[in-house]
Write a protein that binds this ligand. Structure first.
Ligand code: HMG
Length: 445
């Protein structure tokens, strides 16, 4: 069996930028540090008036196909993960295929297409579907195109507003991949939760504080299940650990939990004991509350240790660089975190080939999944072409009034002029609605 994994990746950011530490914080009368330090975000990417989940997904896929020299005949499957879909029947993948067929001679009539939904974890589930399809031998030499695309908008005034974002990531899943190899081992943590949901509504209903705890609980379960399959997981086994990143402050919490859990019983816990003692064990306590208080105190001290700070700086911080500038892209978020780490390693001239990544995906509702990946020999060539830094630098910076007007443009309940702030060039754009309420698109030169 040949190896299977991500062969190539491309990202498309929404063209607009809302500065959180200045524009947003000023308007809300908040301390900018709440965003820069507390949530860990500087800015959000937002979609211009002619952008949506289809244009961003199609543009990312088009760029990927052009770069890799791929034609529709090479693709046997198009899976789109999104939680921003506008149709309960027709999948976004058909719209994206339709866009791509405008610019290629061939077509995708023989490609299986679908749309995956499970909040933010649907992007990882789509990768799994592609992996399983290839592993089952049903690909017949063809690759799968996986696109995670979202306009992660909240109701204005919702606490989640500062974590908004919009963008797409396209990933080519194939045999003998150049970027990372996926593996069969996976850990899941899944439970019926109502922390974040969109019951037939555009903007989410969110219990924000609870969603943070549900994320941590499910991720711990997933890590424990993975550990049970792979004998043990040591914090230094992995070069980077990209997590689903609704905002970097969330990753700060899950990383500390993961570190505490995986150093337990290792030589690292012994070394840390000189400074902060051994971790409290539940069996040593008469009741759960006392144990939890002791664990919280231990973690407060652990966070300040040199060992933890060095581990976090090397293996977690580089995964957050893009997220700080673009916000939450829901289904794409954990995959953007992977790219962020690989771009960081590339610019530092590191050789990661053969190193492993531990990837923690999450979707509200709720499910976490953890798996390991191996970086492949061709990773540098596969990552160096990703132009996300240029896209981030070239976004149009919105004033607060302009932000409100573009939020209204994308609000299904409002009928306002579709005033755009940028001029599209060599890309797919939204072009209005057809007679059956379908969305229409065209490629502009
Ligand atoms: P909030 O009320 O805006 O913020 O809500 P806060 O008051 O909780 O402050 C946030 C952090 O900033 C805190 O840090 C504050 O201490 C700190 P923490 O104590 O938690 O470490 N802070 C400051 N730091 C420095 N200087 C200051 C300052 N002020 C405050 N001056 C909340 C935050 C997460 C609830 C909100 O943003 C929200 O509702 N977000 C949406 C839900 C969300 O993202 N949940 C995350 C887990 S669920 C998930 O990831 C799934 C999701 O992606 C959806 C899906 O799966 O589809 C959302």
């Amino acid at each position: 069996m040949s190896s299977i994994g991500i062969d190539a990746v491309e990202i498309w950011s929404g063209k607009l930028e809302l500065e959180l530490t200045t524009t947003f914080a000023d308007e809300k009368g908040d301390d900018p540090e709440k965003y820069a330090d507390g949530l860990g975000l500087h800015a959000s990417s937002l979609p211009d008036a002619y952008e949506d989940i289809v244009t961003m997904g199609a543009n990312a896929a088009h760029r990927l196909m052009e770069r890799e020299g791929i034609t529709p005949d090479d693709v046997g499957r198009i899976d789109v993960a999104t939680e921003s879909s506008f149709d309960n029947s027709k999948p976004v993948s058909t719209y994206i295929a339709g866009c791509l067929e405008e610019v290629y001679d061939g077509d995708f009539h023989h490609a299986n297409k679908g749309e995956r939904k499970f909040a933010c974890i649907a992007g990882t589930q789509s990768l799994d579907d592609a992996y399983n399809w290839i592993r089952a031998g049903r690909n017949r030499g063809r690759a799968a195109l996986v696109v995670a695309t979202d306009t992660a908008l909240y109701e204005r005034g919702d606490p989640g507003e500062a974590t908004q974002g919009a963008g797409a990531i396209a990933m080519l899943v194939d045999e003998d991949p150049s970027l990372v190899e996926l593996s069969a081992a996976q850990g899941y943590g899944s439970a019926d939760e109502t922390d974040f949901l969109k019951p037939n509504q555009q903007f989410p209903s969110v219990d924000g504080k609870r969603s943070v705890q549900v994320y941590l609980d499910r991720m711990l379960e997933a890590g424990q299940q993975l550990e049970a399959q792979t004998a043990s997981v040591h914090p230094t086994d992995f070069a980077y650990i990209p997590f689903h990143t609704p905002f970097p402050g969330m990753v700060r919490k899950v990383a500390l939990l993961g570190f505490r859990h995986t150093v337990r019983g290792t030589e690292m816990e012994d070394a840390l004991a000189d400074d902060i003692g051994f971790q409290p064990r539940e069996a040593e306590f008469d009741d759960r509350d006392a144990y939890e208080t002791a664990i919280r105190e231990y973690m407060d001290e652990l966070r300040e240790t040199d060992a933890y700070e060095a581990w976090y700086a090397d293996r977690i911080e580089p995964t957050l660089a893009l997220s700080r500038e673009v916000g939450n892209w829901y289904t794409g978020s954990v995959h953007v975190a992977r790219v962020s780490a690989l771009l960081d390693a590339h610019s530092a001239g590191e050789d990661l080939a053969g190193d492993r990544l531990l990837v923690g995906s999450y979707g509200s509702g709720a499910q976490a999944e953890m798996h390991a990946e191996t970086v492949m020999d061709g990773w540098q060539d596969a990552i160096r072409e990703v132009t996300i830094d240029d896209q981030i630098a070239n976004r149009y910076e919105l004033s607060f009034d302009e932000y409100e007007s573009i939020h209204d443009v994308h609000n299904y309940e409002k009928d306002v002029p579709r005033t755009r702030f940028t001029t599209p060039s060599a890309e797919f754009v939204f072009d209005g609605w057809g007679p059956m309420g379908e969305r229409q698109y065209r490629f502009v030169e």
